[in-house]
Design a protein around this ligand. Structure first.
Ligand code: ZN
Length: 281
């Protein structure tokens, strides 16, 4: 178990944060954080675009997402089909499809050895240059155990769909060596001490006011931590497959057309999406 590689999602370079956040909010207005209400409530409050960017989520639109997928290193047809089938496992409850494409694929999968498992988050993949990977599945072959396809391919696909890591429970945070973690995330992600404290060292019990309403430690998106920053040297693996609450949540973010929260077809034809404000608070 201690040999398992865990995931470290990729973050765009800081210089792209503002433009990528703007694009995310255009693709799905729900990505834009509720800054305007704060600005009305607090006179003189004027957040920096970089702060807004940090708070912006990266979900795709809700009208049925179809993302094209390409492979950068010519894996066999059997492996391509197998990876695609695990990516599309999310389609059980979500209106999202991954289809293979030879030209200009939006999701680009590499298998670079030593580079680990990662994906950029949701609409951020549109900011990556066209010949560069948006996901890495280090060393995946047809002999990789089926359980790893469940644990890794589905997890990385979750990131590509815009899902960040679930917050950690206190007992998981307690296993992390803070100084090792601060050095590790500084070296690999360029994060500051404060960012590591917020992102990695703050348990859900304390961060839930700003985070998701409830953490699911069995979620496929549960935070994964490499063994080199834990006190006992063992990695924290997180969820091993898409669980019930993952399926329920993704169905709300990307509702199926016949679901209770389906979007009316007429909204699709609106070319002035940006100008339409549902609420004038
Ligand atoms: Zn991850």
């Amino acid at each position: 178990m201690s040999e398992l590689i865990v995931c470290l999602p990729k973050v765009l370079p800081r210089s792209q944060w503002v433009s990528a956040a703007r694009m995310a909010s255009e693709i799905n207005p729900v990505n834009h954080p509720p800054i305007e209400r704060l600005m009305q409530a607090i006179p003189g409050f004027s957040p920096h675009p970089l702060h807004i960017a940090v708070l912006t989520t990266k979900y795709w639109h809700t009208r049925g997402v179809r993302l094209t997928v390409g492979f950068l290193d010519n894996p066999s047809k059997a492996l391509r089909t197998r990876i695609l089938s695990h990516m599309n496992a999310w389609n059980k409850t979500a209106n999202i499809r991954f289809v293979e494409a030879k030209t200009n694929p939006q999701v680009r999968i590499a298998r670079t050895v030593g580079d680990g498992y990662w994906s950029y988050l949701g609409t951020d993949i549109l900011s990556i240059q066209a010949d560069a990977p948006t996901m890495n599945l280090e060393s995946f072959t047809m002999t990789t155990p089926e359980s790893e396809f469940h644990r890794v391919v589905r997890h990385e696909t979750g990131h590509t769909m815009g899902f960040p890591h679930e917050h950690m429970r206190r007992e998981l945070v307690a296993k992390i060596d803070p100084e090792k973690a601060i050095k590790y995330f500084k070296d690999t992600q360029g994060w500051s001490r404060e960012e590591v404290e917020q992102q990695v060292l703050t348990p859900i019990e304390e961060s839930s006011l700003l985070g998701t309403a409830h953490a699911d430690p069995k979620s496929i998106m549960c935070y994964q931590i490499p063994g080199i920053i834990t006190k006992d040297g063992k990695p924290i693996i997180g969820g091993l497959d898409i669980d019930k609450s993952d399926y329920a949540f993704v169905g709300k973010i990307y509702p199926k057309p016949h679901g209770s929260r389906a979007v009316k077809p007429t909204e699709k034809s609106s070319s002035k999406r940006k100008k339409s404000r549902r609420r004038s608070s």
